[in-house]
Write a protein that binds this ligand. Structure first.
Ligand code: S3P
Length: 181
């Protein structure tokens, strides 16, 4: 018996692991819609993530994020790129797992740091998350978050040395394997 196709592919992982680029590519290949949860949240709020952090603090942002994820998990044929901290709330982890195939895009702190420095949108779009800053912040947050990414993700893909096309291909192979009888 052929299994049902996966209705939603959900990408989790730290900033700079390629979630948005992979979501865009994968959706085009599958003929699915793709949404970046942060972009969607910003359009809805009429504010940037940075402004929301400034005005409402991280808790205000996380409340908005939880609502947006709940809404987006209702859409079918979707590739969803989540924000790096989406896995912090247990309610989100459960919801994402129930909604579809959750894929954790992995990288180590040094690789993430060099990717973020090369990304010109980092300063505008990415508020500091701790007082450490730089690679120390990434190391500190990864130590807290990696068990949560692990718990939420059904599949983990190492992004080091792989471009978004290659990562999208690995995900497609995973989907084919899952659809086989
Ligand atoms: C965050 C990551 C960001 C954004 C917000 C908080 C985090 O998303 O949701 O700045 O806590 O790691 P990206 O992973 O898309 O940069």
């Amino acid at each position: 018996m052929t299994k049902m196709p996966v209705e939603r592919i959900i990408l989790i992982g730290y900033r700079g692991t390629g979630k948005t680029s992979v979501a865009r590519l994968l959706a085009a290949r599958l003929g699915y819609e793709w949404v970046d949860a942060d972009d969607y949240l910003e359009r809805r709020a009429g504010l940037t993530v940075r402004e929301i952090f400034q005005q409402e603090g991280e808790t205000g942002f996380r409340d908005r994020e939880e609502k947006v994820l709940a809404e987006l998990c209702g859409r079918a044929n979707l590739v969803l790129a989540t924000g790096g901290g989406a896995i912090l709330r247990a309610s989100n982890r459960v919801r994402l797992r129930e909604a579809g195939l959750v894929i954790w895009l992995k990288a180590d702190a040094e690789t993430i740091w060099s990717r973020l420095q090369a990304d010109s949108t980092t300063v505008d779009r990415r508020p500091a998350l701790t007082s450490f800053g730089g690679v120390a912040e990434i190391r500190q947050l990864l130590s807290v978050r990696e068990p949560l990414y692990q718990e939420c993700g059904e599949v983990a893909i190492d992004t080091i040395g792989r471009n978004p096309q290659e990562i999208a291909t690995i995900i497609q192979q995973e989907l084919v394997a899952r659809a086989s009888p």
